[in-house]
Design a protein around this ligand. Structure first.
Ligand SMILES: Nc1nc2c(ncn2[C@@H]2O[C@H](COP(=O)(O)OP(=O)(O)OP(=O)(O)O)[C@@H](O)[C@H]2O)c(=O)[nH]1
Ligand SMILES: [Mg+2]
Length: 428
């Protein structure tokens, strides 16, 4: 519970810093607690967050209360009696966090004390005149319905950070464990999404470019988080994307890979696994994307239910599509690869309109990129039984796998060609 609160405070702080407009008050409600966030119009750096149980005060009263509260706490010249009364009767737990935000947490106080000061409103006249005189130009306390306020904040995040309706969307689809998450990781050059030999992904993860690591999920209540450390970000994402709960199937995340350009890359849960809702989740996202990457597996090329599904969806949704045969590192011989290509054309390629097929090893591609980004060392590649390259007719692996082999590993993985294809359509 405490953690949830910290997350929310972090999120609101980021929101205030980056997106909130001056002269506006934003209201967030979570776990029956209300968070009122505002930015001082005179001093950009003065951020305030007021936390109180949402049951204490509702509707129109929030505006009145906040007006009173601000009148009492701001450094304006104002009625000294009011200030005295406030100070005498009530001392909120007023802490200065090192996030640069003043947080006043009333949830630690007694409701009685709270009422005494703010709800009795004996000095109604005084408050009203204070509001008119000092505050109406300082904070425009939004006089709107609750849903309007939260919608407003939603719209800001959707538009500014997650580019929900602006970017082109490309999603990767396949039965489970074909390597969808691995392919997205290899395009990103980083292990952002969790991979596993067992069914792993349970949620849709949409990834777009931003210099920071943001995460948003829309549950009963929406939450947005910002991370400084990539490891905290990936472990949170791994947790959220692998749990099977009924609410909120889409997680939006951002990361600092500029090759994403104006593209949103989407990982989906695998088809035909033991959780039938995964298939529904995937179908629901397919309707909304611009482009589908159908992943194929060399050892299961003729898998009938999948072929039928592809044909059905292409007919129904008519999306631009491309095929990627992944795990091609497991097929070493050129003649076998050619045979696979022919088999593809015969069994699937001629049944749907498509942009072609790429042979890729997401695994090798990711490893070569992790090495380039200093996330793994050469020893890790030497020890990896799946890593090898072909040079002058020879297979190099283990201790024969040297630094010069890394470029070749990336090229042989087929990822560069596939990336060129994406770039030719979407730039980046
Ligand atoms: N050899 C090899 N293994 C791969 C490749 N791509 C992925 N894998 C492995 O295949 C397993 C499944 O990969 P994931 O990326 O989790 O597969 P997924 O399609 O996302 O699976 P779900 O999320 O369950 O639908 C993991 O152990 C990966 O390491 C590849 O190109 N070659
Ligand atoms: Mg996955």
């Amino acid at each position: 519970m405490l953690l949830e609160k910290e997350y929310l405070i972090n999120m609101i702080t980021s929101f205030l810093n980056e997106l909130a407009k001056k002269n506006e008050v934003y209201k967030f409600i979570q776990n029956e607690t209300m968070y009122l966030a505002l930015k001082n119009s005179y001093d950009e750096n003065e951020l305030q967050l007021i936390i109180l149980p949402s049951a204490w005060i509702q509707g129109e009263k929030i505006k009145e209360w906040l007006t009173d509260y601000l009148a009492l706490t701001t450094k304006f010249k104002m009625n000294s009696v009011a200030i005295e009364k406030f100070k005498k009767n009530f001392t909120p737990n007023d802490e200065e966090y090192n996030t640069g935000i003043t947080i006043v947490d009333f949830t630690l106080e007694e409701k009685n004390d709270f009422d005494k000061i703010f709800l009795q409103r004996k000095k109604k006249k005084l408050w009203t005149s204070l509001y008119d005189e000092y505050l109406s130009h300082k904070y425009l306390v939004a006089n709107r319905k609750k849903s309007d306020l939260s919608n407003k904040y939603k719209v800001l995040f959707h538009k500014e950070i997650f580019k929900v309706n602006e970017n082109k969307k490309v999603c990767v689809v396949s039965p489970f464990t074909y390597g969808k998450s691995a392919l997205v990781n290899s395009l990103l050059g980083r292990s952002i999404l969790a991979e596993d030999i067992l069914v792993k992904t349970a949620k849709v993860t949409a990834i777009n470019y931003n210099p920071r690591f943001w995460l948003m999920k829309e549950d009963k209540q929406q939450f947005v988080e910002k991370y400084e450390e990539v490891c905290n970000f990936t472990s949170r994402l791994s947790y959220l994307s692998s749990i099977n709960e009924s609410q909120g199937h889409v997680i939006h995340v951002t990361m600092d890979n500029p090759t994403l350009g104006n593209l949103t890359l989407i990982d989906t849960p695998g088809l035909f696994g033991k959780f039938s809702q995964h298939d529904e989740i995937t179908e629901s996202i397919i309707k909304e994307v611009d482009h589908i990457i159908y992943l194929l597996n060399p050892t299961q090329l003729g898998f009938e239910p999948y072929t039928r599904k592809i044909v059905e969806w292409q007919k129904k949704y008519n999306k631009r599509c491309i095929f990627v045969m992944n795990k091609i590192d497991l097929v070493k011989e050129e003649t076998d690869r050619q045979r696979l290509n022919e088999e593809f054309t015969e069994k699937l390629g001629r049944m749907v309109e498509h942009d072609g097929i790429f042979l890729v090893s997401a695994y090798s591609a990711l490893k070569s990129r992790l090495y380039k980004n200093n996330e793994i060392d050469l020893m890790a590649l030497k020890k990896d039984m799946l890593i090898s390259v072909k040079k002058d007719g020879e297979v190099l692996s283990g201790r024969y796998f040297t630094e010069e082999c890394v470029e070749l590993l990336e090229r042989e993985s087929g990822i560069l060609d596939f990336e060129s294809y994406l770039k030719s359509i979407y730039g980046g």
